[in-house]
Design a protein. Sequence first.
Length: 277
Amino acid sequence: MLAAAFTFGVLDGLIKLMGPSYRVWDIAFYRWGMGLVLLVIIFGRQGRLLKTHNMKLMISRSITGCVAFLSLTAAIRNIPISTAMVLFFSFPAFAALFSRLIFGDCISRREIFCICGALGGVAVLLDFTLDGNLFGYIMGLSSGVFAGLTVNLIKKLREKDGPVAIYFYFCMLGALVSFPAYIVSPRIPASGGDWLMAGGIAASSVLAQLLMNQGFRYCRSWEGGVFLTGEMVFTAILGIVFLGEFVSRRFWLGGFLILASNVLLNIIKAKQISHIT
């Protein structure tokens, strides 16, 4: 899961670099369209891209994932990115709620403490200011809600379906949704650097999703959500190293809370497994 968080951080950095020059639908189509091509090239001969044991659930996961990504991208365009990411990273809390409502999972007090610690670290890490517009805030909150629902659906799908098939359907639906908006006024990458970033968005997205889908095979949906909050730390590190962004005390305190919560959650989970076995 932490490997997935790091790769998502790379994806965030590339989107940030391309963001000012390209529209939401451009970035979405690069991610899903090129990602779809990569999956076909890499896994097409294995004949397992379209195999699924639950088509309705697969389509539902693809829809919720698309809504989460488009909502987050729209939020970033309308409100400060720090505020948008804080709203998005409320998804572990929503994942825990949906996990309880949909699957009836029990959550201990210590596990609730870990969730609160991780979300508290995200809140400390970022500058949450209430400037911007209502649409941006609604989109940011929507991204968190739908991401929380998505991780639960992935967890259920991973009982029988592989990570490649799950991401293939996600890319296929995303490409179908984004292509009409993209083709109205297509924006082809203007330089070699832009092509590299567009390709990097597709490649990092494919790798991150496969790692995440595989990770949910070994942990509960809301636990995976907490682990993925590490993306914020990795994104900040990439910003420092490659973008020269300023590091505040918020970063060190927030990063510590997130990582400490993840480590503690790992210990709790390990003890639970040892008691079962």
